[in-house]
Design a protein. Structure first.
Length: 63
């Protein structure tokens, strides 16, 4: 698998994990825990977007 493919897969994994955390936040009864989960999900989405944009710009050194 190419580096771009691996990075794209990682970005997808990060998005999936962020979605899981958002769902967990919705189920959380403790407001502080809910906020922590939402914050972590937001950071994962941001990281995913960053990795996706790097792939879109052709940051693959194998190309």
């Amino acid at each position: 698998m190419s580096v771009a493919g691996e990075s794209g897969g990682r970005a997808q994994q990060l998005r999936a994990k962020a979605q899981e955390l958002n769902e967990a936040a919705e189920r959380a009864t403790d407001p502080e825990q809910r906020q922590r989960l939402r914050d972590k999900a937001r950071r994962l989405r941001e990281q995913s977007e960053k990795e996706s944009s790097m792939n879109d710009r052709g940051m693959d050194p194998m190309v």
